[in-house]
Design a binder for this molecule. Structure first.
Ligand code: GRF
Length: 215
């Protein structure tokens, strides 16, 4: 059976990309990363693609007049690899509705907070400032609303009294590396989809709440 094809979009460090590559290699994920695309030429995560012998492309957003033309070039590049699924893994660009519409149900993002809490940037510091006792990570289908798509699964990370931003971020990152492959495998196995009402469906049941894991 042909492998499930993944394209991963990154902008920086690429540790989630590496986590996906690791599980593909061990055979725990029946999928293959067929390309990595970065909008930044200096994204250090491109080294993981190179080391794994995976084709990678840079589409530098600064060379485009606007979001629409960048997204057109990005969609064209992705299309050449004929992916079954596109993963945003630290991809720091807001995507246009036209782009998102081309990948409905086939575009996932990982976000370092328990959405809908703390969309956007600096989630760990904002969680500390807000005094929450539980923080974590969410994986969601992407819609045009930034970090606003239907959440599929979350992993809860307790906030410890002594936590600073770096300590909390490090523990959330461990949870990220575990959660993303789990959700991707649900899609690969045909267990997860997005219905016409934009709700995730897992094993035939509509998810009214995200599936929750505890660190
Ligand atoms: C992760 O925290 C991810 O949740 C967020 O951006 C960060 C990317 O980290 N969207 P990395 O590039 O995967 O190491």
């Amino acid at each position: 059976m042909p492998q499930f094809r993944l394209v991963v979009l990154i902008s920086g460090r690429g540790s989630n990309l590496q986590a996906i590559l690791d599980v593909c290699q061990t055979g725990c994920l029946n999928a293959e990363v067929v390309a990595v695309i970065s909008n930044r030429p200096d994204a250090s995560g491109l080294q993981y693609a190179a080391a794994a012998g995976i084709p990678y492309q840079v589409i530098d957003h600064t060379g485009f007049a606007d979001r629409v033309t960048f997204d057109q070039a990005l969609a064209q590049c992705i299309g050449r690899y004929m992916p079954d699924l596109v993963l945003l893994a630290g991809f720091m660009r807001v995507l246009t509705p036209g782009f998102v519409a081309q990948f409905t149900g086939r575009l996932l993002n990982i976000h370092p907070s328990l959405l809908p809490a703390f969309p956007g940037l600096h989630t760990h510091q904002r969680a500390l400032d807000a005094g929450v006792t539980q923080h974590g990570v969410s994986v969601h289908f992407v819609t045009p609303e930034l970090d606003g798509g239907p959440v599929i699964a979350q992993s809860i990370v307790p906030v410890l009294p002594e936590d600073d931003e770096a300590q909390l971020a490090a523990r959330v990152l461990v949870a990220e590396h575990q959660l993303y492959p789990v959700v991707v495998q649900w899609l690969v196995a045909g267990r997860l989809s997005l219905n016409a009402q934009q709700q995730p469906v897992l094993d035939g049941a509509t998810l009214d709440e995200p599936v929750c894991f505890q660190q």
